[in-house]
Design a protein around this ligand. Structure first.
Ligand code: ARG
Length: 581
């Protein structure tokens, strides 16, 4: 981040430089600057207290000494609170000087751009082929996409990889069922993936009932793994059919990937994994299987990480190890982010531990690994969301329903709107609402899916934020005169609401930084919501169309910056906005 725009760093630097000139302050003084409750100022420095304790000083006296020694600044006023907190209130000139340069998105991007850009690989969505995407996959897709956008916005080089589950024992059963039923894969009806699921279910039942069927299904799997041309062709076609159905959803969500290598891509790369793990003594044989134990870990000392099955087949773990190697070797990944359900936490913990030992043994730098996990989507009965007849909710149906409901809202508000435009707005509002409902919750919690809540025009929802943007657009549409020449004359913020909105704006880079640090989009959502409510109170109290051009200039600037920050933040979340709503 450009430190000129990071107020916490500006203040920290001032405190450190001053403390270095004072007796009584050690060079281990480490002030922490936090945003403060408005009544105390804008920022608060902690750190004097523990420092005083360590150096046997009086905290309040040390804080006073430090504040008195700070070079006088036109940028802020200071005060001391409690036993040694230092409060900063930014001056109106400083606030104006901070917000004025942000004329467009590029300037904002430059302000938050990382000083050490790295290569990040994002592994998200990753559904399994021959199965429909269900609501569980929506979270990975939406959260993963927003984190990819966030990293890219901060200047990192992002590779998006859809790690499809397209290789595994289930294909033996599926191929067997396709052949036994004599199905043609080019003629599976309107919902081919549903048909494939059905075939799998049948195959599964047959192999459970009858030993002969089981043996044949096993034979199919061996054939496929051995590269039998007929089986390979069928498998390939299954992958295509599945991808087409996933693509329809990705198009609707505005998600795109650079790669969809999937598990199958690594099928010839797993042998190297076994060899290397064995050579370095990282895995051991256990009744024919290969397993990894981690003696230093409480649970994984006993709970094995299975990297090769008894029958010699590779599994999810082996593929993930091979995949990580490939990403490091071929893509020079500095960071790999995996976005999955929280139920896979053990898998990733074991994967990361194993990879750490393996890479060290191979003298290779391990990329930074993050498992971004999430909770379950619940229905209004607080149980995992299901259709009325108890089936998992299909993602395609859920999204269609969102657009349908949003269309009702749009038509009610704007009767007579052209159908194509109404449809366009309904898509932006409906899809935006579903995404935002997911992103605005701490991802580690389960959340209750409620149509009324997520489409509400009031509260922490996408439609509320989109409406704030549309409202600001209408101010500029109605304006006579050139906004930029008015904004050039802007006076510093004075009224309570002007000030409060301006101070909200300067927190934007901090919200971005926190979201990136924790890989949790809800921090950005909360920030945008507070910005929108701040705008709303400003707009209700302070008229924008006033005679004084300096006053009007500032108020228009506050409107323009709020719009830019909201739009940019929503874009990072993958949510589109509207000029009119
Ligand atoms: N296909 C898996 C699933 O549907 C998710 C894969 C996640 N990525 C990974 N590298 N393991 O649960």
């Amino acid at each position: 981040m450009n430190s000129d725009f990071d107020c916490t760093r500006v203040l920290e630097k001032a405190l450190l430089e001053t403390s270095a000139t004072l007796d009584g302050f050690g060079d281990d003084f480490a002030p922490q600057i936090r945003t403060a409750d408005e009544k105390f100022g804008d920022f608060q420095a902690n750190g004097v207290l523990p420092h005083a304790k360590k150096h046997r000083g009086n905290p309040r006296e040390m804080a006073t000494q430090l504040v008195d020694a700070l070079p006088s600044s036109q940028h802020w006023e200071t005060s001391i609170a409690g036993p040694g907190f230092i409060n900063f209130r930014l001056s109106s000139d400083y606030l104006l000087g901070w917000i004025a340069p942000f004329e467009d998105r590029e300037k904002l991007a430059r302000a938050v751009a990382s000083e050490n850009p790295f290569k990040a690989v994002l592994d998200y969505s990753s559904p399994n082929t021959a199965k429909q995407m269900h609501v569980g996959h929506i979270r990975s897709t939406i959260i993963g996409e927003s984190l990819a956008r966030l990293l890219a916005f901060c200047g990192h080089e992002v590779t998006r990889d859809n790690h499809l589950g397209d290789w595994g024992t289930q294909f033996g059963i599926l191929l067997y069922a396709i052949k036994r039923q004599g199905s043609s894969l080019d003629d599976l009806g309107d919902d081919p993936v549903a048909e494939l699921e059905d075939l799998y279910r049948k195959g599964n039942a047959w192999t459970k009932e009858d030993e002969g069927a089981l043996a044949e299904a096993r034979g199919e799997l061996v054939g496929l793994q051995g590269g039998d041309p007929e089986s390979m062709a069928l498998w390939e076609r299954i992958r295509e059919i599945s991808m087409e159905s996933f693509q329809a959803i990705y198009d609707l969500l505005g998600v795109r990937f650079d790669h969809a290598h999937g598990e199958s891509f690594y099928r010839d790369r797993v042998d190297q994994v076994y060899d290397s793990l064995l050579r370095h003594g990282i895995c051991e044989e256990n009744e024919g299987a290969l397993v990894v134990f981690h003696p230093e870990h409480k649970r994984f000392a006993k709970q094995p990480f299975l990297v090769r099955k008894k029958d010699g087949a590779s599994n999810y773990a082996t593929t993930d190890l091979a995949t990580l190697w490939f990403r490091s070797e071929e893509w020079a990944a500095d960071q790999v982010v995996y976005v999955t359900d929280g139920r896979q936490r053990d898998h990733f913990e074991q994967l990361f531990l194993t990879a750490g030992k393996w890479f060290a043994a191979e003298d290779k730098t391990l990329p930074e690994l993050s498992h971004v996990w999430f909770g379950t989507i619940l229905g209004e009965d607080n149980k995992a969301i299901k259709t009325r007849d108890g089936q998992p909710v299909k993602l395609a149906d859920l999204l269609a329903e969102a657009v349908r409901r949003a269309l009702v809202m749009v038509e009610e508000k704007n009767p007579g709107l052209e159908p194509a435009e109404a449809q366009r707005r309904a898509r932006i509002i409906g899809i935006g609402a579903v995404k935002y409902a997911d992103l605005s919750q701490d991802r580690t919690l389960d959340y209750v899916f409620s149509w009324d809540k997520l489409l509400a025009m009031q509260g922490n929802t996408a439609p509320y934020l989109q409406y704030a943007v549309a409202r600001i657009s209408s101010i500029f549409r109605k304006l006579e005169g050139d906004p930029s020449s008015l904004m050039e004359q802007a006076r510093p913020p004075e009224t309570e609401h002007e000030r409060s909105l301006a101070r909200k704006l300067i927190f934007f880079p901090l919200a971005i930084e926190q979201t990136l640090r924790e890989l949790k989009p809800h921090f950005l959502c909360t920030y945008l919501y507070e910005l929108a409510t701040g705008f709303s109170s400003f707009y209700n109290h302070d008229k924008v169309m006033v005679d004084d051009s300096r006053e009007q200039g500032l108020r228009l600037m506050l409107c323009a910056r709020t719009k830019l920050f909201l739009e940019t933040g929503l874009e990072i979340l993958g949510i589109e906005t509207l000029e009119e709503m």
